[in-house]
Design a protein around this ligand. Structure first.
Ligand code: ZN
Length: 154
């Protein structure tokens, strides 16, 4: 078995859609970044790549490369899943904690869980989606994602 850990953060910017876990959430701001800024999918991607000691998301999909401008982050996740399969592993489960002041994730957690499970090809009850507010951290204008994954030989 292998475990992997991923972490990511993006800054809130007005006038762009907010995508978390591939789900567009109703909010007046979105997450900036070269791709669609999906902080959760980026952290999952990095956790998968880390579990097989692979290159990180920034090395595989450099922000300097124009082809990743406004890219759907599901593409990054799909590449990471392909790479773990290539070396003989499959994803068993993943757990995540988002840290952001707004919007509240609770009402959307189920939709995010189901969507992420679909992208990863695992049951929804193998995807943990939790969220905290950034008490005392001074990161009110950012969304942060922490993810761990467990892989097993397939
Ligand atoms: Zn990112």
């Amino acid at each position: 078995m292998r475990i992997g850990f991923g972490w990511d953060s993006h800054e809130f910017k007005p006038g762009i859609p907010l995508k978390i876990g591939g789900v567009t959430l109703p909010h007046d701001q979105g997450l900036g970044g070269h791709s669609d800024g999906d902080v959760l999918l980026h952290a999952i991607t990095d956790a998968l790549l880390g579990a097989i000691a692979g290159p990180d998301i920034g090395s595989l999909f450099p922000p300097s490369d124009p082809q990743w401008k406004n890219a759907d982050s599901a593409v990054f996740l799909s590449e990471a899943l392909k790479r773990i399969k290539c070396v003989g592993y499959e994803l068993v489960n993943l757990d995540s904690t988002l840290i952001l002041s707004t919007p509240k994730i609770g009402p959307h957690a189920d939709a995010i869980r189901k969507h992420v499970a679909g992208l990863c090809g695992i049951p929804a009850d193998c995807v943990g989606i939790k969220a905290k507010t950034p008490e005392g951290m001074g990161t009110e204008n950012a969304a942060i994602a922490n993810v761990v994954v467990l892989l097993q030989r397939c």
